[in-house]
Unconditional design. Structure first.
Length: 179
């Protein structure tokens, strides 16, 4: 089993995050010995969703985005959810942090709609990626090569399409972070 002992993994999310895309990678990080940390626009709680309609669990935010730097962490997870990804791609602190992770060549794992954040940060040109199918044209228009696979690793980026791909997504997140 791959170990993340001593590693801190940042998760950026807000209201509307797709619950399994938050909770399953979180569990994979913990099971591998890592410490997941939930970051959002402000402290308090966020409400997850099942799909885009059903409110689900509430999750405590560990730190506000403005209080952290990529140097504080070993990897970054960007869970999806249409509302979550659309909100976070417009948040300047989220974009700052994503750019810091990329500049440091630290792993960034984005699933479902979360590649919107990578597009907004200007990080997809020339990369091979996957996403939820409705994001494919956005990725292509931003210069990425979009492929329909359960998981794609391109340098420091891990991308997957949807909650059905979480097993492969989690495996590659842990593998890339442990290296």
């Amino acid at each position: 089993m791959t170990s993340l002992n001593g590693k801190k993994i940042a998760f950026i999310a807000t209201n509307g995050v797709e619950e399994p895309e938050l909770t399953e990678p979180w569990a994979a990080v913990r099971q591998s010995g890592g410490t997941p940390v939930l970051l959002s626009t402000e402290k308090g709680q966020i409400t997850a969703m099942q799909g885009d309609w059903e409110h689900s669990g509430k999750y405590d935010v560990d730190e506000a985005l403005e209080t952290v730097e990529a140097a504080d962490f070993d990897a970054l997870v960007l869970p999806g959810g249409t509302l979550n990804a659309d909100t976070m791609r417009l948040d300047q602190e989220a974009l700052r942090l994503v750019k810091e992770f990329d500049a440091a060549q630290k792993p960034i794992a984005a699933i479902c709609h979360a590649p919107w954040i990578l597009i907004e940060a200007g990080l997809v040109n020339g990369r091979t990626m996957t996403s939820y199918t409705s994001v494919a044209t956005d990725l292509r228009n931003a210069g990425a090569e979009w492929v329909d696979r359960e998981v794609v690793v391109d340098g420091n980026l891990v991308t997957s399409r949807n909650p059905g791909d979480l097993e492969a997504f989690n495996r590659e997140l842990v593998r890339l972070t442990a290296d």
